[in-house]
Design a protein around this ligand. Structure first.
Ligand SMILES: Nc1ncnc2c1ncn2[C@@H]1O[C@H](COP(=O)(O)OP(=O)(O)O)[C@@H](O)[C@H]1O
Ligand SMILES: Cc1ncsc1CCOP(=O)(O)O
Length: 263
């Protein structure tokens, strides 16, 4: 049975506060989509206040995209401040691009976040498969499903997601896929970062599987609605409008994009 995505989406009306340590290149868009789905974004990057902000947050997003010199310290502080039972999502942007980033993200996963989500190459590399990275752009990937399962079974996260033409999710021993949407979405730098923001918001108010699938489906639905935009800039704003317009009934309907599979 497909999990209740409507329930997860409608729970966003509780307006969770989502603390997001993320890249400057995507931060504005991430704040925008967080607000568009009804959640409340906060994005300070200073280590001196990260613990206090995290303590007040309903959920935390750690995005490794564009680290500054104090990011590792700020991430550690945020993890220390997050209240027990509140979810943390790690987005391992650019995993494998440099040795330093690889070690930094490996260390983050030792804190056992609830969820980890990246593109196929990032997730393959993170979980011991094969992948190529060009800057933060993912290329070829092999062994993605095995990598997701390995990440969860080795206790580095409870739920793992690899995005791509078809999103793949692993949770409690089961694989799920999500299809559809517009290929114009991944062409925009920061679209995966935005997915991390909405997924973190959903995780703050709903059960992990429902929450993660609701965010994945919402992105597919909204990108399909924006698909006819004239160019990348209008696609982006139509995508945000579409995301803001989604309701529980849309998510019910969008459940048809989800499938449970046995790879
Ligand atoms: N071929 C595709 N068609 C539709 N949506 C896609 C496609 N590839 C990726 N997506 C979606 O675009 C967003 C960004 O995914 P992706 O490019 O894989 O990650 P990243 O931006 O982190 O590299 C996600 O919401 C993902 O589901
Ligand atoms: C271009 C770029 N450089 C560092 S982070 C970043 C954004 C990557 O965002 P996404 O992985 O969501 O496309």
């Amino acid at each position: 049975m497909i999990p209740d995505l409507r329930r997860a989406w409608e729970a966003l009306s509780r307006r969770p506060l989502v603390y997001q340590l993320t890249s400057a290149v995507a931060a504005g868009w991430q704040a925008e989509v967080t607000a568009a789905v009804g959640a409340v974004p906060v994005l300070s990057r200073h280590p001196a206040e990260a613990r206090e902000i995290a303590a007040a947050a309903d959920g935390l997003l750690l995005n490794a995209g564009m680290p500054g010199t104090t990011s590792p310290e700020a991430f550690v502080e945020a993890l220390a401040g997050l209240r027990r039972g509140r979810p943390c999502l790690v987005d391992p942007v650019g995993y494998g691009a440099t040795a330093w980033r690889r070690e930094w993200i490996d260390a983050l996963l030792r804190a056992r976040p609830l969820a980890v989500k990246g593109n196929r190459a990032e997730m393959a590399l993170l979980g011991g498969g094969e992948g190529t990275m060009r800057g933060v752009e993912g290329g070829e990937a092999r062994g993605v499903a095995e990598a997701l399962a390995r990440l969860v079974r080795s206790d580095r996260a409870t739920l793992a997601v690899a995005t791509g033409e078809e999103d793949l999710l692993f949770f409690e021993g089961r694989f799920w896929t999500v299809r559809g949407g517009s290929p114009r979405l991944p062409a925009l730098p920061g679209s995966g970062c935005c997915l991390g923001s909405v997924m973190a918001a959903c995780l703050a108010v709903a059960e992990p599987l429902e929450a993660a699938l609701a965010a994945l489906v919402a992105f597919r639905l909204a990108s399909a609605r924006a698909d006819r935009a004239a160019g990348p800039a209008s696609f982006r704003s139509e995508f945000v409008d579409a995301l803001a317009s989604l309701d529980g009934a849309d998510l019910d309907e969008g459940s048809s994009l989800v499938e449970r599979i046995r790879p």
